[in-house]
Design a protein around this ligand. Structure first.
Ligand code: AGP
Length: 592
């Protein structure tokens, strides 16, 4: 949902801003722009399209400015045109703003500004911020920003520079993510850590209601009333290599192959007790999990594990449905938000609404210091490293590792369950050896218009996740369904053109799955099955058979997920699509 970066320091800003924007491009990629302080003037360049268009437009320009801001956009208000691209300026071109989020009352402010004779030049909600700051400016950028912020409602993060105050950037956070990076003789602002990782690992994540006043000499943080705030510097545990492609064609493929490590590292967090919660989950009447997309699918699997091993009821609710719903809550309940980014607006606002009712919250996030992490009562972490591909892969497996460990930890069979799961990273590695075979199968079916994904029990959410992966990166319509529900309607869709991915490891519902597969065969559907190695019966029933190593039934999602990720990856890649930055999507969804 848009990425912003700011740099002020000893070096020429433009390569730092462009490099940072490239690492933020996963957040939005329909237009990009930079604003630089060149002497006492603002230089602005923006382009519709991907960041390479912006880079091309800057070739050969002798830009020397050492302070600047940049933006990659995921359009909310106004089409992805050059006019609507950020940065936006006031009428005199003295203030430039980059923004992530939504100014909900922008129409009202826009009307007011127009009545005052100000001409706005874009359809965005952002532009009003630049005009407001210009209007309130009386010689101090910070004061003007604080005044402007009083007029804004919504969830937003923005950064502003002015030709009147070279070397200074003011950044504001209210609802959307913003971090400060601390360097030597240089400082940064960014939506996310990878943007500034080549320059510093020292960061200060801002909280909502905070403003950072950034110059090469230092950073001061204030609340919205202008009171100074002392904040601690965090050291990021990631290195730059983990945020680069490392020889793989796409981040997604690299991240698929990083799953043994992501799972292993996450499990270690529990074994070393670092991830153990200071509460006893068993003392609560019910666990409610709120999450979106892939994290929601991980939650569905976690529900089965926690109910089976800990024996407390678990409800899983889409975060986007939870906040405005009527789920009765009591202090005996505890609510967990799962989010790899830790910034998803739906999840964050759901947890905030829970806290307002005095109910305790747990965050399960991949990004330490993210909003959901900071705002929850307790946190546990996945250790997947930065995930850049828009389609979540390694963070999903890491979420499974965390949820399984949580269930194991509170179970009577703690030791045995931890022992069992310790072989999973190796099993994942083994499952990845089937990639070549999966590539061949993917090529055969890449022209299909629709796919069905079927599974039962622990592998029903795997089917949902497989279908989501295919939809988001290949743009092929796909539906995940509980296999047993198929006969209640979707079976009508099956004909000889329909590939049906059937997730059928040898678990308690294996026989039932075989019957469901027979039903698909009887309607001439093409069965692409995912099952245990050496399963001759399943192979016999299938048009295509994908083997994964056999594991105990409770561990099956760790291995059955991999072929579904690879099918989506190979199909999208063979169709020549932009696997890492699929259309209309953004990695971190910071709007409701
Ligand atoms: C996953 O492939 C998707 N891109 C998306 O559904 C994602 O899982 C969802 O937006 C939730 O993100 P989060 O885990 O960062 O909260």
């Amino acid at each position: 949902m848009c990425g912003i970066i700011g740099y002020t320091g000893k070096d020429i800003a433009v390569p730092i801003l462009l490099g940072g924007l490239e690492r933020l491009e996963y957040r939005g990629y329909d237009s990009a722009g930079v604003a630089l302080l060149e002497g006492d003037k603002l230089f602005i360049k923006k382009r519709a399209g991907k960041i390479r268009e912006l880079v091309r437009s800057l070739w050969g320009k002798p830009l020397k400015g050492k302070t600047g801001i940049g933006h990659v956009r995921w359009a909310t208000h106004g089409e992805p045109t050059e006019d609507n691209a950020h940065p936006h300026t006031d009428s005199k071109g003295e203030f430039a703003v980059v923004h992530n989020g939504i100014i909900e009352n922008y129409l009202e402010i826009r009307k007011e500004l127009e009545e005052e004779g100000i001409k706005l030049s874009s359809d965005t909600d952002t532009e009003v911020i630049a005009h407001l700051i210009s209007k309130f400016y009386k010689g101090d950028l910070l004061e003007a920003v604080l005044e402007a912020v009083k007029r804004l409602s919504g969830a937003f993060a923005f950064a502003v520079i002015s030709s009147k105050e070279p070397g200074r950037i003011v950044g504001v956070k209210e609802g959307s993510p913003l971090i400060v990076g601390i360097g030597e003789g240089e400082n940064f602002l960014a939506s996310d850590i990878p943007a500034i990782l080549p320059y510093t690992k020292k960061i200060i994540p801002l909280n909502d209601g905070e403003v950072a006043d950034v110059s090469p000499e230092g950073v001061n943080i204030y609340d919205f009333s202008g009171n100074p705030i002392t904040k601690e510097i965090m050291i990021v545990p990631w290195d730059l290599i983990s945020a680069e492609k490392g020889g793989f064609k796409h981040f997604m493929l690299k991240e698929i192959y990083e799953q043994p490590k992501a799972v292993g590292d996450t499990l270690k967090g529990f074994v070393s007790k670092e991830s153990v919660l200071p509460i006893d989950l068993r003392e609560f009447r019910r666990l409610i999990i709120v999450a979106c997309g892939t994290s929601y699918h991980a939650a569905l699997i976690g529900k089965v594990w926690i109910e089976r091993f800990v024996n407390i009821p678990v409800e899983v609710i889409y975060a986007s449905e939870f906040k405005y719903g009527h789920t009765p809550l009591s202090p005996d309940d505890i609510v967990m938000g799962i989010s790899q980014s830790g910034e998803t607006a739906d999840t964050k606002f759901s947890l905030q609404s829970v806290k307002e009712k005095g109910v305790k919250t747990i965050a399960l996030v991949n990004v330490v210091g993210s909003s959901i992490d900071r705002e929850s009562d307790f946190s546990i972490y996945t250790h997947a490293g930065p995930e850049i591909g828009v389609a979540a892969t390694k963070t999903f497996s890491a979420q499974l590792a965390a949820l399984y460990s949580l269930a194991a930890f509170y179970s009577m069979e703690r030791e045995a369950l931890f022992k069992k799961v310790s072989s999973v990273p190796m099993k994942i590695e083994k499952a990845l050896e089937g990639a070549e075979h999966i590539e061949v199968i993917s090529e055969k079916y890449m022209k299909a218009k629709d796919f069905l994904y079927l599974g039962r029990y622990l592998n029903y959410p795997v089917a949902l996740e497989g279908a989501l992966k295919l939809k988001e990166i290949s743009y092929i319509h796909a539906e995940g369904y509980p296999a047993g529900e198929m006969k209640h309607g979707p079976i009508a869709l099956i004909d000889e053109n329909m590939p049906v991915v059937c997730v059928a490891p040898k678990d308690r519902v294996y026989e039932k799955m075989l019957s469901n597969i027979e039903e698909v065969r009887a309607r001439k559907g093409k069965v692409i099955s995912i099952g245990f190695e050496g399963d001759g019966t399943l192979k016999e029933l299938s048009t295509e058979f994908i083997e994964v190593p056999s594991v105990e039934e409770e561990l099956t999602p760790f291995t059955t997920t991999l072929p579904t990720q690879l099918i989506a990856y190979f199909i999208a890649s063979k169709l020549g699509l932009d696997v890492d930055q699929p259309r209309n999507l953004a990695k971190t969804v910071t709007v409701e």
